[in-house]
Design a protein around this ligand. Sequence first.
Ligand code: HEM
Length: 188
Amino acid sequence: MLPPSETPTILQALRAETRPAHDLLEQNHFNQSLAAGTLSYAATAHFLAKMYGFLVPYEARLRQQNLGPEWEAEARQRAHLILEDLQVPASALALCPIMPPLASWPQLLGAMYVLEGSTLGGQVIARQLAKADIPLRTYFGGYGAQTGPRWKAFCQLLAAAATPANQAEIVQSASLTFQQLSAWLNQP
Ligand code: HEM
């Protein structure tokens, strides 16, 4: 076991453990066409519909946690922005049937890391969509100018909530969340 001074902080551990999963996610069809500059309205709409299916069960679990106001849990629920983008009723979109286990607080924290972190990539995507004149940018716009500050605030809350006893469970849940999200996004 490493002495405490050499134990990676929760964020260092999360970054190191999930980097391969992030790289893999960036290789899905939507992100490939993003990188190639061949983004289409249809591929973007499909990606958003899939994200919606993952966000709805996750956000239902988030609401159960009754977090204090410092977590800004309401603002962090963004599935409804996808309905605005797609102009469809919720009933038109399929929900992900296989979610990572989110029952415990450390498990939820790991999933929050993944979905809050995705707001950073969303900013990049929103800029690419603007360049391609694709209007589906409400969800990807994330928290707008608040994206950076909200991510920092989340990281601080996460660091304060992590303990030597729950750190491994948080990191494992983040990895599983990335895996299940990838599997769901890549399923036609
Ligand atoms: C659903 C898909 C995605 C998820 C769940 C996701 C998740 C994450 C997470 C958790 C982080 C935080 C890493 C940290 O600890 O600093 C992050 C950062 C980031 N992601 Fe993604 N991401 C996704 C897609 C993308 C895509 C497609 C791009 C590229 C266009 C991208 C670009 C970035 C960038 C630029 C950062 C900031 C990296 C840094 O500041 O060092 N992400 N993402």
